[in-house]
Ligand binder design. Structure first.
Ligand SMILES: N[C@@H](CCC(=O)N[C@@H](CS)C(=O)NCC(=O)O)C(=O)O
Length: 201
């Protein structure tokens, strides 16, 4: 298998951390590609020109990150990263959706703040996306005390999202007023899987 990859993509980070946590990392080759420049080798595999894209041994490809994670989780014999059934499954999938939603908003914020010419910035839109991130972080702060030693796709996705806020900013000092989330992230980010998938400093 081949993973189309970017060192700064938090969605890719989620997949790479899962590969490490499940012991699958040696079964996947990794190749970096810039989705924004729409290279043909990526658009042939994924018309959306996005990473992560996973190319399977039969030449077919899978995207986006939740689909790739679900596929990979079926390939190993260790503890499931996505519980197969029951309330825990829906909790993990809901957490992944919330974390990915934070990322979708954070990328839009980065686009407004960094990429769009200042004269064209749309503060109304920026405000909506920033407030969505802040509300999600407040919810995670309320939930974090219950996470304890969990290792699954829900918490991997949350940690990847928080790491991206550290990398790109967008909502200022997110740890302020959120001590439980900050303490949990400090411990979780020290896991070998999170260190191995961290963006370059
Ligand atoms: N929903 C997708 C989002 C992936 C995504 O936004 N990837 C970004 C990099 S962080 C990308 O490839 N952007 C290139 C583009 O939009 O052209 C997933 O979960 O995989």
């Amino acid at each position: 298998m081949l993973l189309r990859h970017s060192h700064t993509s938090p969605y890719v980070r989620k997949v790479v951390a899962l590969l490490h946590e499940t012991g699958l990392v040696d079964r996947v080759d990794i190749e970096s590609v810039d989705g924004w420049s729409e290279p043909e080798r990526l658009t042939d595999e994924n018309p959306l020109s996005m990473v992560p894209t996973l190319v399977l041994d039969d030449g077919s490809s899978l995207y986006d990150s939740p689909v790739i994670c679900e596929y990979l989780d079926g390939l190993h014999r260790g503890p499931r990263m996505i519980p197969e059934a029951g309330a825990r499954r829906w909790q993990v999938l809901r957490e992944q959706a919330l974390a990915d939603g934070v990322l979708d908003c954070a990328i839009l914020v980065m686009m407004e703040q960094v990429k769009r010419p200042e004269a064209l910035r749309w503060d109304w839109w920026l405000g909506i996306k920033q407030r969505a991130i802040l509300r999600a972080l407040d919810q995670l702060e309320r939930e974090a005390p219950a996470w304890r030693d969990r290792v699954d796709l829900g918490v991997i996705a949350i940690a990847s999202a928080l790491g991206y806020l550290d990398l790109r900013g967008g909502v200022g000092a997110w740890r302020e007023g959120r001590p439980a989330l900050a303490a949990w992230f400090e411990a979780f980010a020290a896991r070998p899987s999170m260190r191995a998938s961290a963006p370059p400093a």
